[in-house]
Ligand binder design. Sequence first.
Ligand code: NAP
Length: 553
Amino acid sequence: MPDASHGPASRQPDVVSLDVAIVGGGLAGLYAIHRLRGQGLKVRAYEAGSGIGGTWFWNRYPGARCDVESLEYSYSFSDELQQEWKWPERYGTQPEILRYINHVADRFDLRRDVQLDTRIVSAVFDGAANQWVLRTADDETIQARYCVMAAGNLSTPRVPDFPGLGSFRGKWYHSGLWPHDGVDFTGLRVGVIGTGSSGVQMIPIIARQARHLHVFQRTANFSLPARNAPMDPTRERNHKAEYPARRRAAADTPFAIAGHPKPTHPALAVPDDARNAAYESKWQEGGSISFLYAYTDLLVSKEANDTASEFVRNKIRGTVKDPRTAELLAPKDHPIGTKRLCLDTNYYETYNRDNVTLVDVRSDPIDRITETGLRTKGEQTFELDAIVFATGFDAMTGAQREIDVRTSAGAVLRDHWEGGPLTYLGLMVSGFPNMFVVTGPGSPGVKTQMIASIEQHVDWIADCLDHMRARGLDRIEASAQAEAAWVGHVNAVADSTLYPLANSWYMGANIPGKPRVFMPYVGGFDRYKRHCDAVAAKGYEGFALSRHVKAAV
Ligand code: NAP
C-alpha cells in the first residue's frame, strides 16, 4: 500500500514551470515520468488520489484482480525489473499489483515527480506563449510546454442517478471508490447492482459474507473461468528465460499478449464435435484471449460467434441449478466478446447458494432507492443494509471531459467531442497543440494488455519530442484531415466486426445521453503499432510540426 513516508513530492506554492505536465499517477503517468525524465525533460505528474497506482489504487473491492496474466500484465521497459519481480499467482490481485506499482516507483525514483492529492481542473493552451497552463482544484498553476493526459479510461466512476440515494439509511459503495480499510458484509443484507467485470469478481466473495445477497442484473454478461492458481515455478522460470522474446512476440499480436497460437480456421470450417472439444479445452485452460482466439472469425461472423456463445450458455445452464436463474444469466442480447468478456472464480456456482437471489432489472428496472433498500418500477421492494454499485465508469472520455480543456484560440475539448471523441491515432486532438493522450479513444489500449499499450504510446510520444528537439521544433498539432481520416478508419474497422452489436461502454452506451460511437481501435495492437511507427518514419505524417515564433511586443 502507498505510504506517506515514501515521501511524495510536496506541493509547490508558486507557478511551476515544466517541459511536460502529466495528468495522472497511474501506470501511464509513472512510465511517462520515467521515459521523459530519461530524456532530460523536466516533468511532473499530478494525481488526484492520495497514492499512486490509478485504477489499482481506487478499485479495492473484494476480489479485484487483473484479467490478464501477471507475467504479461507488467512493465517490459526494464529486464531487471521483470526478472526480479515475483508474481505469486497466475492473475495479480489488486493489492499485489499496487505493491508492484509502488515497487516500480521506488526502484526508478519516480515519486519525487508525482504530486498526490492534486486534481487538475483545467488545462488551457496559450497559443501566444506556446504553453499549457494547468490549474489544480487548490488553485495552483502549472505551465508546461507539453501536456500528457494519462488520466485513465475507467477512472470516472458512475453511480446511476436513482432518486432517493440520499435517504438510504444503510451504507453504499462504488467498486471504483472502495474504502481503503475494506468492508465487512458479514451478517448483512446486501444488494449488488451491476454484473460487469467488477460485479462478477465481487459477487462470489460478498455472497460468502452476507446474510443475503441480491444481485440486480440488467444485462447478463458472458464470463469464463479464470482458473487462477499459485504461480507455477516452472512456468515462471521458462517465461522469464524468454522474457524479451515473449514481449516482442506479444507486440506482434492484436491483444499484445503472447503465448496463444494464432487461429488458423474459421469456426464453421470445423465439425461440431471438434469445435466443441476446442472450446472445452479453452474453457478448461481458463482466460479470455485463448477462448476468443479459438477461431479466426469469432469477432467478425455472427454465425461463428453463435457457436462460441452457445457453448458458454450451455456451461451456464449446466452449472446453475435453478433453470429460471440459469436462463437469466445466459446472455442472449450480444455476441460473446463484444462486451468486455469477464473472468471469474465461481461466479455461476454462486447462484446455487441459498443466500443469493438474482433479480432481473431489465424486465423490471430499479425505480428508486428507499430509506431501507430499493424499489423497482413494478413495485418489488428489497430490504438492504448495504448497496454496492458495480455500475461502471464514464469510460474513455470521462477523465478528459472532467477537465476543462480549451485553447486561447477558442477550441473547447468538450465541444470538439460533443458528437463523440475525435483523435488522430488516439494520441492527439486537432486544434489542441502539444497535448498528448495515452491510451485514449481511437487507440487500441482498452482492447489490449494495457501496459503494453501504455509503453508503446509513451515511447512514441517520447520519440516524437526527441525528434522535435533535435530539429529545434516545439509545437506539434494533428491536422483536422488526419484526425477525420483516423476516426473514419476506427469506425470502419469497428463496423467490420461484431463489436457494435453490443450496448457496451466501448460504445458509450452505459451513460445516458453519451454519443453512441465506438471508441477503441479494434484493428489490433500489432497493426496499430506498425501504423504509428510508419507515421513517425514519414516525418510525423498528419501532424504539423513547427517552431513557435514569439510575437514582437
Ligand atoms: P461495466 O462493465 O460497465 O458494468 C457495469 C454494470 O452495471 C453492467 O452490468 C450494467 O448493466 C450495470 N448497470 C449500470 N447502470 C445500471 C442501472 N441503472 N441499473 C442496473 N444496472 C446498471 O463496469 P465494471 O464491471 O466496473 O467494468 C468496467 C471495465 O473495467 C471492464 O469492462 C474491464 O475493462 C475493467 N475491469 C477489469 C477487471 C479485471 O481486469 N478483471 C475488473 C473490473 C473492471 P448494462 O450492461 O445493462 O449497462
